[in-house]
Design a protein around this ligand. Structure first.
Ligand SMILES: [Mn+2]
Length: 241
């Protein structure tokens, strides 16, 4: 059986995440938008991995107690039900040693759920930063500078040197148990990974929108789905003992 990967969604979730999981050999399963933990536990019990998709900004209370008025004015698409749902699922997934891949908003939710913080608006706090809120998700927007010792750099076969960019927030203080794998040339965090043995990765770019740009972007999903498959085999082996 193929591994099943739960995908969190916005009110409307496009097909690109599901297609990327299917192409990489997994079965996508989009969860309903709810913070009811009974529902989430029931549905998530049959999944072997968690993909946190992109979307709006997390609510202020989850990452920064003191936004300026200028920063607060940049927030959009806030949905506290989704925030609570994703924070819960990240902790459940990592407790159960299930692989987690966070994309765009997903890297931010992964970092928040594990105790990190966010830059609430890049251009307000860093006026000289590169443009990161680029309108075309299928166009390369900036380069990446990888930590050559990172697991992600190794996993990706040293690809992903230029990426798209569709965000105005970013990881600020990194969560305990994670480290930075890549930054944009202006220093903005673009990829994080767990320092532990499991697969827990966040990327600020959108690999699912670059599948036609090069094989390295599909490869990220293949590595993720393979990690889910391995975890599935481990849990199946325990269940049949
Ligand atoms: Mn960027």
């Amino acid at each position: 059986m193929k591994p099943v990967i739960a995908i969190t969604m916005e009110a409307v979730c496009g097909t690109s995440y599901s297609q990327a999981i299917e192409t990489a050999g997994g079965v996508p399963f989009v969860l309903p938008l709810t913070s009811d933990t009974v529902t989430l536990d029931e549905l998530f019990a049959s999944c072997h991995g968690l993909l946190l998709s992109g979307g709006g900004d997390p609510a202020e209370r989850f990452y920064c107690p003191a936004l300026t008025d200028a920063e607060r004015a940049t927030l959009s698409g806030v949905d506290e039900v989704r925030d609570e749902m994703e924070i819960y699922l990240v902790r459940e997934a990592l407790d159960a040693r299930l692989p987690v891949l966070g994309i765009c908003r997903g890297i931010q939710m992964l970092n928040l759920a594990m105790g990190g913080t966010l830059v609430p608006d890049i251009s307000t706090r860093f006026p000289k930063a590169l443009p990161h809120a680029c309108p075309n998700p299928e166009a390369f927007a900036h380069e990446l500078q990888w930590e050559r010792t990172s697991k992600l750099w190794d996993m990706l076969g040293h690809g992903c040197e230029s990426v798209n960019s569709h965000h105005h927030q970013a990881v600020d203080r990194i969560a305990p148990g994670f480290e930075i794998a890549a930054r944009a040339p202006d220093g903005i965090v673009e990829a994080i990974e767990s320092t532990g043995s499991g697969f827990a990765v966040g990327v600020q770019f959108h690999p699912e929108r670059l599948l036609r740009a090069g094989p390295q972007f599909l490869h990220l999903f293949e590595v993720f789905v393979e990690a889910c498959r391995q975890r599935q085999q481990q849990t199946d082996a325990i269940a049949t003992k």
